[in-house]
Design a protein around this ligand. Structure first.
Ligand SMILES: Cc1cc2nc3c(=O)[nH]c(=O)nc-3n(C[C@H](O)[C@H](O)[C@H](O)COP(=O)(O)OP(=O)(O)OC[C@H]3O[C@@H](n4cnc5c(N)ncnc54)[C@H](O)[C@@H]3O)c2cc1C
Length: 508
């Protein structure tokens, strides 16, 4: 049965809204254990911030933008998923590239370590300090600089919140090329630094493709100006890519130019119930061939993901319970044309039995309600206890294989759910237990990464390596690649002050 919510095709403004983020962050009031103790890390030989350093920072930023009060600094020390807690004593809030440059030149000179922080929604502990690194927050670098409505080139500062930028370009008939559940909080600079993927990568590609130019600051304070808005620029090495996905370890992103696609005139979202995972894949193949260029998202959720999310977030599903669910979205330029295509696809797949039940929405409020179920999954998990969060790429044939394997390995003490971006071969596996337990960690890791490696997958599809995964990076990168990464790090940050303890393991 397909239930068609239809009140004219119109553009959706889905507000994931920070309430999702806030509910997750404050689900439990207990402070996470210090990362250094929990994961047994030794402090490296960096300088310690002194009163004279604070005075210097105040002289370039002003008093209010140097935060030292313990309770004000605390949220900058804890990551969104509450896995990690650092011990920083100071947060700096620059407003300009020049200020960032001065801060880094000084820190480099004094060997003071720095942890760059955007919206602090990262899920691998990269955005928070491990020891007393200085937090460099970009929350005040939030200006939109220019928009070329014809080419779609937007230039803005790194601390702009993704959702705010998206709202801005929507008023000019454009959209941001990426969208994720954390959009109400994450920064575009954080997105670039993590090479964030998100919900519509299937349609609009990754940030290596959308990013036109970048301005970044090296560890010694040198400003690298590659802030062009050109689609084509083959003048030597493509330096901007060094900063995409390097998680603040090679330089600080201060400004960026990004290509914004045209705002779709017609949006359709379907939410379907399916019998088994095999059918999820068969339906994906059929959706690609039937919907072609208008397919913009194809997300998979297992029953356990949806059941927990509906319960914890007090949401209602538009359809009854099924073993698997698919959320499918189209973005097109002609409502009649898209509706005809979608209807033909639906009636075919209802007949074949791939879709057992479903709902289709074209009205913004209904579309928003469907996306909200999918986007609330991470926050809903956190309301049940401590979450181990995995984000891996796997060949589609093996995409779901790890979920039943882990359920068997962990027994009834843990909840294991699988959901993700099927269109990109990227599954998120969240394992929830009541409290952090080192033994459970030992059962999960390195087992998960070994299995991913056997299947030729990637141990991090989109969240990055951060603090939590450097020791597992070798499962996806060989020694020669790691050696070149180390050479680049040494060249760009010889004193290692930028986001230490993250991304690169010590032994390469
Ligand atoms: C509910 C939820 C849903 C999510 N969904 C997705 C998803 O679909 N796809 C996805 O890819 N991720 C997703 N994430 C993870 C996260 O939102 C992304 O990694 C995001 O890009 C991080 O941006 P941020 O501004 O919060 O960066 P932060 O978390 O602050 O930082 C992330 C990393 O980037 C570095 N960094 C931040 N800003 C800068 C800068 N200006 N210069 C240099 N380095 C910097 C930090 O040091 C850190 O290493 C989700 C997270 C949540 C909580």
């Amino acid at each position: 049965m397909i239930n068609m919510y239809n009140s004219g095709l119109s553009i959706v403004r889905y507000l994931a809204k920070s309430n999702i983020i806030v509910q997750g962050r404050y689900a439990s009031q207990a402070l996470p254990q210090l990362s250094s103790e929990k994961y047994d890390v030794k402090r490296k030989n960096f300088g310690t911030v002194q009163a004279a350093d604070i005075n210097y920072f105040k002289s370039i930023l002003s008093e209010q933008r140097v935060v030292t009060d313990e309770s004000d600094v605390l949220p900058f020390n804890i990551d969104w998923i509450k896995n990690c807690r650092g011990q920083s004593k100071v947060v700096l809030k620059p407003k300009t590239t020049e200020e960032v440059s001065k801060i880094l030149a000084y820190c480099n000179e004094k060997r003071l370590a720095v942890c760059p922080q955007g919206g602090n929604t990262g899920l691998v502990g990269g955005s928070v300090p491990v020891f007393d690194e200085i937090v460099l927050s970009f929350m005040l670098m939030n200006k939109i600089i220019s928009l070329d409505e014809i080419s779609g080139a937007l230039v803005c500062e790194a601390g702009c919140i993704l959702e705010n930028v998206d709202n801005y370009v929507r008023n000019h008939n454009l959209i941001m090329p990426l969208d994720l559940g954390a959009k109400g909080t994450c920064h575009v600079g954080g997105n670039v630094s993590t090479n964030a993927g998100g919900l519509r990568l299937l349609r609009y590609g990754n940030l290596h493709g959308s990013l036109l130019g970048i301005e970044a600051v090296k560890a010694d304070g040198t400003v690298i100006d590659c802030l062009r808005s050109l689609k084509k620029d083959n003048t030597g090495y493509h330096l901007k890519h060094l900063f995409v996905g390097s998680e603040g370890t090679l330089g600080i992103v201060t400004k960026l130019a990004i290509h914004c696609p045209v705002l779709p005139k017609a949006v359709t979202v379907g939410f379907f119930g399916l019998e088994n995972f095999d059918n999820v894949l068969k339906l994906f193949k059929s959706a690609k061939s039937s919907l072609g260029e208008i397919l913009s998202a194809y997300e998979m959720m297992d029953n356990e993901s949806i059941r927990g999310t509906l319960r914890n977030m007090k949401l209602t599903s538009p359809i009854p319970e099924y073993p698997f669910y698919v959320l499918m979205e189209t973005h097109g330029s002609d409502a009649d044309h898209d509706t005809e295509k979608v209807n033909r696809f639906l009636s075919k797949e209802m007949d074949t039995g791939l879709i057992l039940n479903g709902t289709v929405a074209t009205e913004p409020g209904k579309i928003q309600a469907i996306w909200k179920i999918r986007e609330s999954i991470p926050a809903a998990c956190m309301m049940d206890g401590y979450v181990f969060c995995y984000d891996v790429s796997l060949p589609l044939a093996n995409y779901y294989q790890l979920v039943p394997m882990l359920r068997e390995r962990l027994g009834s003490n843990a909840s294991v759910i699988g959901f993700g971006h099927i269109g990109d071969g990227n599954i998120h596996i969240n394992v929830t237990i009541s409290d952090f337990d080192k033994e459970v960690l030992g059962v999960l890791e390195p087992f998960i990464f070994e299995e991913v490696s056997k299947l030729q997958g990637s141990v991090s599809a989109e969240h990055g390596i951060g603090f939590r995964k450097p020791q597992y990076i070798h499962y996806s990168k060989d020694r020669s690649a790691l050696g070149l990464m180390r050479d680049l790090k040494t060249l760009m940050d010889p004193n290692g002050i930028l986001n230490p303890y993250k991304v690169l393991p010590d032994d390469v």
